[in-house]
Design a protein around this ligand. Sequence first.
Ligand SMILES: Nc1ncnc2c1ncn2[C@@H]1O[C@H](COP(=O)(O)OP(=O)(O)O)[C@@H](O)[C@H]1O
Ligand SMILES: O=c1ccn([C@@H]2O[C@H](COP(=O)(O)O)[C@@H](O)[C@H]2O)c(=O)[nH]1
Length: 202
Amino acid sequence: MKIIGIAGGTGSGKSTFTNRLKAAFGSRIAVLYHDNYYRSQDSVPPEERKKVNYDHPDALETDRLVRDLRELKAGNPIDSPVYDFSTHNRSRRTIHIEPREIILVEGILVLSDPLLRDMLDVKIFVEADADERILRRVIRDVKERGRDLEGIVDQYLSTVKPMHYLYVEPTRSLADLVINSGMNEVAFEVMKSKIEKWLEDR
Ligand SMILES: Nc1ncnc2c1ncn2[C@@H]1O[C@H](COP(=O)(O)OP(=O)(O)O)[C@@H](O)[C@H]1O
Ligand SMILES: O=c1ccn([C@@H]2O[C@H](COP(=O)(O)O)[C@@H](O)[C@H]2O)c(=O)[nH]1
């Protein structure tokens, strides 16, 4: 089994790149989203949840993600948690994931944790200018994550931006490949060929 990590700032194009690879290989690839491993906020009142720093590594249950990857590597299926951004909380649902030859792991901080990073066969960092990333985030968070403009701006300035420069950006230098867009055709072809080769060789 090969594990590919896809990191990068919010709105950089990680999901775009991940989804393109997933679409090319279908059920031969499984995807684990680090976002789904945000900690449960059951004990935090709904109004307080907005103030949590979701861009600090401690907000994520990365040790569970590492355990789940180890299970998949050992040939066992897992039940991944599912996170609901509209309520800032883990949902009651889980996603059953069977072991696959290729696993993609996507999230802003997948290159930050040493245990997780050491499990990755390829480390990718997707970059994009900060202004483009925040503009994309505004549109996405309003349309898909039930947010309002004021809340997005407050959160961006208080936590998302400072944490990006503290924890996300420094992992760029740990990547094997730095790509300038999730739509980058050359990077897509390179990764597609690499995955095809892995699948042929097994
Ligand atoms: N190169 C691009 N050009 C235009 N829009 C893009 C590009 N990359 C991503 N987007 C759009 O920006 C939004 C955020 O991209 P996404 O891949 O979800 O980012 P991330 O997963 O890194 O947060 C999505 O609506 C996506 O369609
Ligand atoms: O309850 C939450 C949990 C996370 N976030 C934000 O999500 C992004 C990471 O997701 P991307 O898809 O990479 O943008 C992170 O910057 C957190 O701030 C949230 O808003 N609420």
